[in-house]
Design a protein around this ligand. Structure first.
Ligand SMILES: CC(=O)SCCNC(=O)CCNC(=O)[C@H](O)C(C)(C)COP(=O)(O)OP(=O)(O)OC[C@H]1O[C@@H](n2cnc3c(N)ncnc32)[C@H](O)[C@@H]1OP(=O)(O)O
Ligand SMILES: CC(=O)C(=O)O
Length: 530
């Protein structure tokens, strides 16, 4: 079966999404990653729109792209003008991109009411613009904007527009669900009718799909189109794009390759999908979606005890593919929804030996449920979970002990708050007292503890706290409200999270902080002991 060509429009339609803006250098670094993974087209922007997009094409022209064709996007010429005089079309030519995408109108609403144009002139605009690009030796991809809405309202005219495009030499015609309101079975029906109509006119043009996600169906619609003959799929990394976004290529590519047996990017690059998804979200400065299919952190995370019990016997019992195929990995989460299987799996993963003191995993699972009932949440605190498992199994070796601490916060009229902490700890029976300042009480406590421990343990400079979250847990009848504090810490090669729960926010923070330092110091010791 024919290969499905992947057409990425992250840099163009993706950047039409709210809160997304890439610099031209960032656009280039994304383009290089897309090329490496093997996408076939990279739509680099609209050179006639702004200086940044035009600069991207200058940069791209100097780069060698191995797999992808750089594509410049623009609209058909203005009504009642010459294509050769059109500024936008000239910008496409000047971009030196080997392929161009020309967007034109298919829906009479847009032709007549929005553009106040005539139907015939719209057809002429499509014809002239494509002809000009072909005369300049470009591959032309014709984007039929609002094709499905147009077809619903006036099928004959919508068909006339894509026929005009094909007759003028367009190499591909892309049917666009611009407003994202079409359902998969309508995509299939319309796609089939268009394909048959063009074939009957002996216009064997390549057909593609461009779907928006306003009904949450962009991926489903793209797949439906492939089933009915589309061999180009346009979309964006992570589904970024105008309004609710575009079809997510990170989901579509593995569906094509792994589920439908359709070649798109090479199979051996699928394992780079997770990194690509992360890279683009980092560059866009957007938090990666945990639940993103295939590559999200939670995509293969198992919390329910029944599920964990089953995947330990046969992963496919609750996993639709092997996570490694797309560069992801299986995770087991600890919580009050887990059973003994979660404990066994997690202990192995965290390197804690079970069965040392006869406290069986069933009992440990019950203890965890009790703690969760008191406000702990271990599915996001692996660092504290490891310490807890060591405590349950009497393998815990405290590397320092708190004797006392005191934290004060000072606020002067015009100055920002400052905080000071003094702390007394003991290491192997030796007391150490230190004091330190910080931007806030937790930062002061962190600095004081770090200073005290430095005397006994080298190597703590590499460790830093990177995230701090506080949640108020509902108070029950007769109990005061508690707070739950999460701390995320990292060093050069690891990241871990810890938790503390108390009625007092400073005490909860202390527990999370102490677990974080204990985790780091124990890790250092394990590495030294080999
Ligand atoms: C479905 C899509 O995503 S298409 C891509 C949408 N992306 C963008 O719009 C981003 C880039 N756009 C831009 O930078 C600007 O809109 C520009 C430079 C293209 C045009 O800017 P302006 O000349 O100031 O016009 P403005 O944006 O207000 O309106 C768009 C004009 O294009 C016309 N137009 C819309 N579609 C087409 C088309 N397919 N062919 C020709 N002209 C078109 C409109 O009728 C309107 O014309 P008017 O100025 O005579 O009213
Ligand atoms: C071309 C395009 O971006 C659309 O129709 O949505």
């Amino acid at each position: 079966m024919e290969k499905v060509l992947i057409y990425d429009t992250t840099l163009r339609d993706g950047s039409q999404g709210e809160n997304i803006s890439f610099s031209s250098d960032e656009m280039l670094s994304i383009a290089k990653r897309l090329d490496q993974i093997g996408v076939h087209y990279i739509e680099g922007g609209w050179p006639g729109s702004n200086a940044r997009d035009a600069r991207f094409f200058e940069l791209a022209a100097r780069e060698g792209f191995v797999n992808a064709r750089i594509t410049a996007f623009g609209s058909t010429r203005k009504p009642f003008t010459e294509a050769a005089d059109d500024r936008n079309l000239q910008a496409l030519i000047d971009s030196r991109a080997p392929a161009v995408a020309i967007v034109g109108k298919s829906w009479t609403l847009h032709v007549e009411q929005i553009m106040e144009n005539t139907r015939e002139e719209n057809l002429a605009m499509i014809r002239d613009s494509i002809t000009l690009m072909k005369d300049h030796g470009r591959e032309v991809i014709y984007d039929a904007e609002h094709f499905f809405d147009g077809y619903r309202e006036d099928a004959a005219y919508a068909l006339e527009t894509v026929t005009a495009a094909a007759r003028s030499g367009a190499d591909a015609v892309i049917l666009c669900d611009t407003n994202g309101g079409t359902l998969p079975f309508d995509i299939e029906t319309v796609f089939d009718q268009v394909r048959r109509s063009l074939a009957a006119q002996d216009l064997p043009v390549r057909l593609g799909i461009h779907a928006h996600n306003d009904c949450g169906l962009a991926v489903a619609n793209s797949i439906a189109a492939v089933r009915t003959g589309a061999t180009i799929v346009q979309g964006t990394i992570n589904g970024y794009g105008e309004r609710c976004g575009n079809a997510d290529l990170i989901t579509i590519i593995p569906i094509l390759n792994l589920k439908m047996g359709r070649a798109s990017i090479p199979d051996d690059r699928l394992a780079q999908l997770k990194i690509l998804s992360r890279f683009v979200s980092e560059t866009a400065n957007l938090v990666p979606l945990n639940s993103r299919p295939f590559v999200g952190r939670s995509a293969f995370a198992h919390k329910g005890g029944l599920h964990v019990n089953a995947i330990m016997k046969a992963p496919r019992a609750y996993e639709h593919i092997d996570p490694a195929r797309v560069g992801n990995k299986r995770r087991v989460l600890m919580s009050d929804l887990g059973g003994k299987s979660n404990v066994v799996y997690k202990a192995k993963e965290l390197g804690v030996e079970l069965g040392c003191n006869g406290l069986d995993c069933q009992r440990i699972a019950t203890e965890i449920k009790t703690l969760e009932d008191q406000g702990y949440q271990f599915d996001v605190a692996d660092g504290s979970m490891k310490i807890l498992l060591q405590k349950f199994t009497e393998q815990f070796k405290p590397l320092f002990e708190l004797q006392s601490f005191r934290v004060t916060v000072e606020k002067n009229q015009s100055q920002p708050c400052t905080a000071q902490a003094t702390i007394k700890i003991a290491v192997d029976g030796n007391d150490e007292i230190t004091a330190a300042e910080g931007d806030g009480p937790v930062s002061a406590l962190d600095n004081a503890l770090r200073k005290a421990l430095a005397k006994f343990y080298p190597g703590l400079e590499a460790m830093r706290l990177v995230d701090f979250k506080v949640r108020v847990i509902d108070g029950r009848e007769g109990t005061a409200a508690r707070v739950r504090v999460f701390i995320e810490s990292r060093d050069h090669n690891d990241i871990w999270s810890t938790i503390g729960v108390s009625e007092d926010i400073i005490e909860a923070s202390w527990h999370a902080l102490a677990d974080s330092f204990q985790y780091k110091l124990a890790k250092q010791q394990e590495q030294t002991e080999g």
